[in-house]
Design a protein around this ligand. Sequence first.
Ligand SMILES: Nc1ncnc2c1ncn2[C@@H]1O[C@H](COP(=O)(O)OP(=O)(O)OP(=O)(O)O)[C@@H](O)[C@H]1O
Ligand SMILES: [Mg+2]
Length: 238
Amino acid sequence: MPATPLEVENLSAGYGPTRVLESVSFSVPAGARLAVLGRNGMGKTTLLATLAGQTRRYGGQIRIGETDVTGISSALRARTGLGYVPQARCIFPTLTVEENLFVGLKDRPKSDLQEAYAMFPRLFERKRNLGSQLSGGEQQMLSTARTILGRPSVLLLDEPLEGLAPVICEELMKAFAALANAGDMTILLVEQRIQSALDFADHVIVLERGRVAWRGTPSALVADHDTVERLLGVGGLH
Ligand SMILES: Nc1ncnc2c1ncn2[C@@H]1O[C@H](COP(=O)(O)OP(=O)(O)OP(=O)(O)O)[C@@H](O)[C@H]1O
Ligand SMILES: [Mg+2]
């Protein structure tokens, strides 16, 4: 599938009676890279989960390209081209790396697993290892590769670098950049490692208590020391 734009309009959502997102609006052009930033508990995961159709929605709309996916199930959203790599790396611990990847292949031929191995050669080296035997970084690679095999046109990545060593973070960010440069995916990246996210992204939104509190380019954010300190709680960037 080619990259498609994502449009979110006045989205309000939460869990049962708990409202978390309030009237969130933004759009991401086809093939662009959006960083979603914000301190802990500000609603970043809830936003991605809502886009994937996994929370309770109170109002608003979500469009992927020409398709309004607001009312459809998570499974149908995935078929419409939405790929979600959740914060909890949901791999099957008792299946091998290769068996985990088969799940992402769906109807595609086995030979297409090469796409995943080309992206993450470590997975090829460990293809017969069980999911439970992987390091955190390898689990993240597996979780991402499995989603990529579904050839999403919009990819949602929730804190892929969480808890990983700098060298692995670099490897992952390189793989994401290669995906983005190939031009067939629109990518939303939630990250607490602000510098990595800003190096990657061309657009940024910052969430505060479920609302979009700031939007702009990475360079505008770096220059806006007040926002960086107030909304991200760090003293400065660069
Ligand atoms: N399943 C749930 N049921 C009820 N409330 C929830 C649930 N998941 C999250 N919340 C609440 O929603 C708010 C936003 O949480 P969310 O996980 O979206 O934040 P986040 O920005 O991803 O944080 P972090 O950086 O820690 O991952 C928090 O107040 C959280 O307690
Ligand atoms: Mg989160």
